[in-house]
Ligand binder design. Structure first.
Ligand code: HEM
Length: 160
């Protein structure tokens, strides 16, 4: 087990903690904390943009360290491995999940989330706010599933 492999898995875990932690922090800490604040929308806009920026850095680096984990573990990048090997199949599931996470993040960050904040300036019962909220929740769920698959992969990749 090379030092670089350990560094790659370490970075992967820290990035996963930042990504999932951020998605938990917003609804559980920021939103309730600023509910009565007069500048609520401005704070939400600013913190949302900041997390969007670092979120895309984190997800890109998660993909890079994910591939590095496979490479430094000495595993082959072959179609056969990703379709016939138990470990490889789990990684394939994770990559599909990850593609879904990126697609939802994209629509959330660059459409629903932004439009919802604009709409919230004028009305309190923004329909887009509900869509933005639910896309965030679905992404959190998918990321938790990705983390669980990761934990199985790190322990050999076979489900009990
Ligand atoms: C939202 C995205 C992701 C999250 C939250 C996530 C989370 C995790 C976690 C928590 C672990 C377990 C670490 C441990 O128990 O030691 C892990 C391991 C792993 N992840 Fe991810 N991951 C993500 C995306 C990816 C992607 C896109 C890939 C592949 C390209 C990937 C490949 C791996 C591999 C190969 C391991 C096993 C590392 C080892 O050898 O121990 N991950 N991941």
């Amino acid at each position: 087990m090379s030092t670089w492999y350990l560094v790659s898995v370490f970075l992967h875990i820290i990035l996963a903690a930042f990504w999932i932690g951020g998605m938990l922090f917003l609804p559980l800490v920021i939103l309730p904390g600023i509910r009565q604040h007069p500048d609520r929308i401005a704070i939400l806009y600013k913190t949302g943009l900041k997390f969007r920026y670092y979120g895309w850095i984190a997800t890109t680096a998660l993909f890079a360290t994910g591939l590095l984990n496979i490479y430094l573990r000495g595993l082959p990048f072959t179609w056969k491995f990703f379709t016939e090997n138990q470990y490889g199949i789990l990684v394939s599931y994770k990559i599909f999940l990850f593609a879904g996470i990126l697609a939802i993040s994209g629509t959330h960050d660059f459409f629903f989330g932004r439009k919802a904040l604009e709409e919230m300036q004028t009305t309190d019962n923004s329909r887009l706010k509900t869509v933005a909220r639910w896309s965030g929740r679905i992404n959190l769920l998918l990321s938790l599933v990705a983390a669980f698959i990761g934990v199985v992969l790190s322990r050999g990749g076979t489900l009990p």
